[in-house]
Design a protein around this ligand. Structure first.
Ligand code: PLP
Length: 361
């Protein structure tokens, strides 16, 4: 069926978000946590869910959830918008903020592909904030007219690089009429959150998810922190009843359990240790073999092979050995790149051994 007469070329030509499905035993392709939820919190969730009437809609705006989240994050409940994962929140932000801009939409690249993909799906034009060697440099930003929106992630996906708080503060001060959106999906793996800047600057929006550090990818829950005036506009785009009863019951059970929250944050610290160990081991290996690895502040590492052929061969070699990592080589400046999620010492060790055996072949 020829839809080209109905739909804009920007949508028709843009790719879908795709994920390779395999039955590999070790899954290092989606930056998921290797730690499941504590059994008692799962039980509490199921208990809460069972006592709910399933024929009734869920709470459209769960105020008590916003209050619990606000005290965890250290902001006011009025500054929070919840949603079904940050993927969903990105679509709200793009649709509400970037569609009718008087300035420019500026998107960091390489970064999480959904920002640019959604701009393309919605036929929005945008400019790129490029990086060299996977490092943010604010002097590389394009000209920023008044009333622009800048979107970036820190720690960034797929390289794990960060924009230092002092650089973001400089940007916020220099561009008070523009809005800056910082995606902090991985902030708990880093030691430099923007929350203090958020309290001082009305033009900063922070986006977060519970999928990564808080081991909640299955639950689909994320949140936006923003000024109340921005919230009132963004809420128009948020679909009613977007958080279903399973999501609500689980997040309440988790936030009600300081013990579970503590365990999860301790687990995140373990992942940071394991990330540093694997990074060091890969740096050593790269002294003898033609690939590079980059320092990361998230729960993944980027590996860059000498070209795409080498990358495909390593990717296939790992799959043959039941390890799946993410091929990110199609992104801007990512030729030859694979992204590896940090997992347990056993999985990380198996990965390392298989990278070694690939180069010895
Ligand atoms: C930078 C970044 N933002 C957002 C997301 C999406 O997270 P969620 O699971 O909350 O949709 C991801 C997922 O990989 C990510 O890497």
């Amino acid at each position: 069926m020829d839809l080209s007469k109905f739909l804009a070329p920007t949508l028709m030509d843009a790719p879908c978000y795709k994920l390779l499905k395999t039955d590999c035993e070790i899954k290092l392709d989606q930056n998921e946590s290797p730690f499941d939820w504590p059994e008692e919190v799962k039980e509490k969730t199921l208990h809460n869910l069972k006592s709910e009437p399933w024929q009734k809609y869920p709470e459209p705006f769960d105020e008590s959830l916003n209050q619990k989240l606000a005290s965890y994050v250290g902001v006011q409940p009025e500054q929070i918008i919840t949603g079904a994962g940050s993927n969903y929140l990105i679509t709200i932000l793009m649709n509400c903020l970037c569609r009718h801009l008087r300035g420019k939409a500026i998107i960091a690249e390489p970064s999480f592909p959904l920002y640019a993909l959604h701009a393309r799906y919605e036929s929005m034009s945008y400019e790129i904030w490029p990086q060299e060697n996977f490092e943010y440099d604010i002097s590389n930003l394009p000209v920023i007219p008044d009333h622009s929106v800048i979107i970036f992630a820190s720690p960034n996906n797929p390289a794990g690089n960060v924009l230092k708080s002092e650089d973001l503060e400089q940007l916020l001060n220099e561009h008070p009429t523009s809005i800056i959106v910082a995606d902090e999906a991985y902030y708990e793996f880093n030691d430099d959150s923007y929350i203090e800047l958020f309290k001082k600057h009305q033009n900063l929006i922070i986006m977060r998810t519970l999928s990564k550090t808080l081991s909640s990818a299955a639950i689909r829950f994320g949140y936006i922190l923003c000024h109340e005036d921005i919230k009132n506009q963004l809420l128009k785009m948020r679909l009613p009843f977007i958080l279903n009863k399973f999501t609500l019951a689980s997040i309440h059970a988790l936030l009600d359990s300081p013990k579970a929250m503590k365990t999860m944050l301790t687990n995140a610290k373990k992942l940071v240790e394991w990330r540093e160990k694997l990074h060091q081991e890969l740096v050593e290996l790269s002294k003898e073999h033609p690939f590079k690895t980059y320092p990361s502040k998230a729960n993944f590492l980027l590996l860059q092979l000498s070209d795409n052929l080498q990358k495909t061969m390593l990717h296939s070699h790992l799959i043959e050995n039941s390890i799946i990592v993410r091929d990110v080589s199609k992104g801007r400046g990512l030729e030859g790149c694979l992204r590896i999620s940090i997992s347990t010492p056993h999985a990380n060790e198996k990965l390392l051994k298989n990278i070694q055996s690939f180069f010895k072949k």
